[in-house]
Design a protein around this ligand. Sequence first.
Ligand SMILES: *Cc1c(COP(=O)(O)O)cnc(C)c1O
Length: 397
Amino acid sequence: MTEIFTGNFTQQEPIPQDGIDAAMAVLQHGRLHRYNEAEGEVAETAQLELEYAEMMGAKYCLAVASGGYALATSLRAVGVKPGDKVLTNAFTLAPVPGAIASVGAVPLFVGVTEGLVIDLDDLAAKADQADVLMLSHMRGHIVDMDALMAIADANGLIVIEDCAHTMGAKWGDTWSGRHGVIGCYSCQTYKHVNSGEGGLLVCDDDEIMARCVMLSGSYMIYEKHKAGPPAEAYEDLRYYTPNVSGRMDNLRAAILRPQLRNLMAQCQAWNDRYAVVDQGLADTPGLTRIDRPAQEHFVASSHQFLLLDWDDAAIEDVVARCKTRGVELKWFGAPTPVAFTSRYDSWRYAPSDPMPASDRILRGVMDMRLPLTFSLDDCAMIARIIKEEVTAVGNQR
Ligand SMILES: *Cc1c(COP(=O)(O)O)cnc(C)c1O
């Protein structure tokens, strides 16, 4: 019997009831704008910031319109200027080089390893060409952050972390997003909390955070930011910092606050699913599973494996055969960008030198979402289907 999977890879869970109730309360009182507070009220957005700062052990937190907006705001706040080069991962998602381009800066791509993390040798080799590294923990894979920070410190690199897939994850004992100067998170539907769109950034530096708050569109009412720096921090820079409007609103914040309270349980549920898929793919000929170091306390809201050195036709065959059985694999190596998936050389506004060792890996990256609407049995079936199809195509190679 040929198993067919009928689940939906893009169906997330409903918003929890306490989030729905909080959203209804905001709709009823009508004060959706974050600075629209009744006498004595602390708006949902300001409360979300306080709660996330506390969770992350950060001095400050700012909620914004999207993860990509958080990244661009961070670049501006640390002083990136048009024409500057910014180091970033060759394996990442389009909004990351897009954030760099949005401030007129130029992405300088750093290679990827078989562990799907930034290549630290390549980073060390390129470190003298830029002042800022926008480090993307793409698909939740976290590089050895101790080794990375040693390279950054030795070269005076400012590190901004793209934690779109590492909210709730840690390297060693430290939350992802807390090694660099700023940590940026996404609250978009396919990340770890869901308000449709939205972003958060955390930071301990008074001046950088004051700039972020002003940039996000605080006008001169920045003192409403309970999770922001003291008023003195704004004294001069409020005259020199443009308003690049991108605030979060109280409706989204209301939806997010109950989800944050439940974040670690959700993270465990993702990892349980990941473990079933990953175990199920063990001993598949030609298929390379990704090594996860012991210090990497990841959150696996998606699964990746490699079909290293397979030719394009064979990989396309695997994708097509899995699709007919209901399993949606995304191939990062596809020569033309498809849906959400693209490679560094498809971002033609950002010219790059070829990186053959990284190209070999990217050509083999297969990617799949694992929404929490899938049961563990679903995950076991998905793994069986992939294993059978990879084995069948592999046998014909
Ligand atoms: C989703 C994502 C972003 C951007 O987040 P948005 O909230 O959609 O703007 C940035 N980096 C990575 C790796 C992502 O997956």
